[in-house]
Each structure stands twice: as C-alpha cells, then as structure tokens.
Design a protein. Structure first.
Length: 481
C-alpha cells in the first residue's frame, strides 16, 4: 500500500526509524538469552544453544551480520557480565554426622573392659619384677597383636567399601578375622608358656572378640554389637558393687562372646558365596583392588598407639610402683566417641573454608583455627572423662599435675594421629607414634625416675610434632579432595 492510499484510507503513514534509534539485534538476542549466557563458562556453550535452536550460519549472517554461530556466541559472551547462579539451598556437607552415633562407638570401645573385671580370677598369678601378673602380660601381648592386626584389616576392608565392593569387604573380613584370632592366641600362648590354660583361654576369647567385633564395626553394625554386649555390661556393673560367683561371671562372659562371634560370622557369611563365585569370574577383566602393603602402615599405627595407651593404663606398675592408671585408659577409650565426631567436624569446617577462602593464606588460617577449635573441644571432653572416671574408681590416684597433663598430651597425639590417618597421611603419624612408644619403652627399661614426668615430655614432643604435620599437610587445599 502506497503512502497516498494510506492517507486516503485513514491509516497513518509508517516512517522509517533513524539509524541512531535502531536496536542492535545482537543486544536483543543477549537480553533474550541473558540467564543462560551469564551462567556460561565458555562461548562454546552458547554456540551449542544457538545451534540447538535451529540458527544456521546463513541465517546468522543475514540477521546478525557475523560469520557463524561461534562468532555470534563470542559476541554474546563478551557483552554479558558473568553471573553464576547460587544454589537453591545450603551447600551439601558430606561430612555431617550425628553425635549420638559417635558416642555409641566410644561406649562400644569401653564396654569390653568389663570382661577383665568379670575374668579377674582367671588372670590371677605371680607378679614379675615389673609388678604385672602373669595373666596380665598374656592378655597385653594378645591385645597388642590384635590391635595391630585388626587395624590393618579394617583399613583393607574399608578400602574395598570405598571402591563400592561390599562383597569383597566381607570376603576380606571372612578370611582376615580368623587369621588374626589365631595369631593373637598363638602370641598369648608363647608369652604365657605351659601351665596357664585359663589365661590362654581368656586371651583366645579376647582375640575372638577383637576379630568379630571389628567385622561388625566395619560393616556399621554398632547397635547389634551393643545388644550382644548387654549381658557383659550388666554383669560388669553388678560386679563393681559386689563380685559375682565364678560360674555366673564365666557364663556372662561366654554368652556375650558367643553372641558377638556368631553375629560377626553372620555379617561376613555372604562372603562365602562370593568366594565360590570367584572361579566363575576368572575370565572377566581384573578390577581395581587395594594394594595389600597399603594397609601395613595402619597396622603399625595401631601397634604404636596401643603401646601408648598401655603405658597410660599401666605405667605405674611397669615402673615398679603400686598405682594404676585404669581410669586414664577408660577415659581415653570413651573419648574416642567425641574424637570421631570432631574428625568429621574438622572435615566439615575445612570444606566450608574451601568455599569461603579466596587465597591459600586465608585457607591455611581457617584450617589452623578449625584444628585449634576441635582440639580444644576434644581436650575438654577428655579432661571431664578423666576426672569422672577417677572419681568413680575407688582407690585410684588423683588426676593432677604431670599425670593429668601427660594424659591430655597423649590425647593430642591420638587425635592428631587419627586426623592424619583419615587424610591418608598415615606414614607421618605412624613414625611419630612409634617413636614416642619406643622412647617411653627405653625410659622404662632404663628405670628412669619420675615416670609421669618422662611420659609428659615424650607426649608433649610427639603432640608438637604431629600438630606441625597437621598444619603443614592439611593447610593445603589439595589435601582436602
């Protein structure tokens, strides 16, 4: 329709817009795709969107005056500021864990101590020059062997679980736990010598419990284990007020031990079927499997920390004294519940520091503050447990002076060692713990005076060394993968 006809028909004449008032089509497209373009991390993402919308290179040249979709994507990318969308809710925290479950594990670590209360008549015997009954030496030898073996076994089983292969973890426990039971029994037999069948039998039961309970704990069956230890716990509490007759104490011991052994076997029993099927899969490609030697440092770490806890419990007797540190050992054992929760808490705070720190220096400062906070909470819990167990133990020496300070420094050694181990930095923790155990062993062998002061010096040096390792290793963002 011509302009004259538009006027005659009453339609206003359309005027051409001046060049300065025209809108750039690329700007119009940028406004239409604003949210997507602002969140893109590379122009190729925008080019893929343009092509998926059906914009061919010919149409792009005709409409937008650029060569192709990649050139148009670069224009859009340059003209739109980056605005990455924030998550809808708070960021996920894979390290969040309930405190109650961790406290339950601490109680589970301490409950087997009632077995020694009920079985005390079986362990009676002549004392050696260091003040230890022969039965106690037998149990300590079997326990140290069991701690080392089961620490390495647990690491290997957890490695299989980390690979998503639960049947392989069960097979590992099914073959490794009985081997550890046999080894602990043979070590106890070698230490006890002939003529002590009751002590060897008790040590064999101890080895059986360590293997079966370790399998249940690795597979996350804490509540089942707690139920199996019910008779032992009841009998132990009653015997603290009034000693039980021998047959009754033995019956309670055997009841809990049998329950734990059967439950541990049932938990690992599915691995029997997996063992039978291995031949059927012989022709399939080999799957990733954890290296066997990778679990050795964890076993040595368990041995070193076991020796340190042993000295905390029996340091006075080993030095030729008459006191005992059973409350210290109980406090350390119970503190493993809060310790485990604080390990997760540290990982959670380190993850938050990764998100909130803009420089490596800021991240290192945040991790040091997180370490100091977690250590302070753990030491407060350990102090409260030490004072409480001492007050509940008749005739126990007071937790004061070098004895209490040494216990707290030992707590620092154990917690920082577990923290390094959880990050895979087990070699440094193993070296420090074994060096501390060796130094204290030499001090006792040389009959150094004031054993609690010697222990305080050894534990303080080990705590300082491991704290420095934690700050150096975990102050780097790359360690928190």
């Amino acid at each position: 329709m011509t302009d004259e006809n538009r006027v005659l028909s009453g339609i206003p004449r359309q005027r051409n817009r001046p060049g300065w008032a025209r809108t750039d089509p690329i700007d119009e497209l940028a406004r239409e795709l604003d949210e997507f373009v602002a969140a893109a991390v590379h122009p190729d993402e925008i080019a893929a969107l343009l092509e998926s919308d059906g914009l061919s290179d010919d149409r792009i040249r005709e409409r937008y005056g650029v060569e192709d979709s990649f050139a148009l994507a670069e224009r859009l990318y340059d003209r739109t500021p980056r605005r990455h969308p924030e998550p809808a809710g708070p960021p996920a925290d894979p390290w969040r864990i309930g405190l109650l479950g961790c406290l339950l594990r601490g109680v589970l670590f301490a409950l087997p101590g009632f077995a020694y209360v009920l079985g005390a008549p079986l362990l009676a015997g002549p004392h050696d020059t260091g003040g230890l009954p022969a039965g106690t030496r037998t149990l300590l030898a079997g326990a140290l062997c069991g701690w080392a073996w089961n620490q390495g076994l647990a690491h290997r089983a957890y490695s299989w679980l980390g690979l998503g292969d639960r049947p392989a973890a069960r097979r590992c426990l099914l073959t490794g736990a009985p081997a550890g039971m046999l080894l602990g029994t043979l070590v106890a037999l070698a230490v006890a010598g002939p003529g002590h069948p009751a002590q060897v039998a008790f040590a064999a039961g101890q080895s059986c419990y360590l293997g079966a309970s370790g399998a249940l704990l690795v597979m996350g069956r804490e509540r089942i284990l707690l139920a199996a230890l019910g008779p032992l716990a009841v009998g132990g509490l009653v015997s603290l007020a009034r000693p039980l007759p021998g047959p009754a104490a033995l019956a309670l011991l055997l009841t809990s031990l049998t329950a734990v052994a059967v439950l541990g076997l049932l938990e690992a029993a599915p691995g029997i079927r997996d063992v039978k099927r291995r031949g059927e899969r012989a022709g399939t490609p080999a799957r990733a499997r954890p290296a066997l030697l990778a679990s050795l440092p964890y076993a040595v770490f368990g041995l070193g920390t076991g020796v340190l806890v042993l000295y905390a419990a029996l340091g006075d007797l080993l030095a030729g004294g008459t006191g005992h540190g059973v409350p210290s050992a109980v406090a350390l054992t119970l503190s493993m519940g809060p310790a485990e929760w604080l390990l997760y808490r540290f990982r959670s705070r380190a993850l938050a520091a990764l998100r909130g720190s803009g420089t490596p220096r800021a991240f290192r400062r945040a991790t040091v503050l997180a370490l100091a906070g977690c250590l302070a909470v753990y030491l407060a819990a350990l102090l409260a447990l030490a004072l409480a167990t001492t007050a509940l133990q008749p005739g126990a020496p007071g937790q004061a002076g070098p004895r209490l300070a040494g216990l707290l420094m030992l707590g620092v050694v154990l917690w920082t060692g577990l923290l390094l181990q959880s990050f895979g930095a087990v070699l440094g923790a193993t070296a420090v713990c074994c060096a501390a155990a060796l130094a204290q062993t030499l001090a006792l062998a040389l009959h150094a005076g004031r054993p609690h002061l010697v222990a305080l010096v050894v534990y303080t040096a080990a705590a300082a060394a491991q704290s420095a390792l934690v700050c150096h290793r975990l102050g780097r963002a790359t360690a928190h993968r």
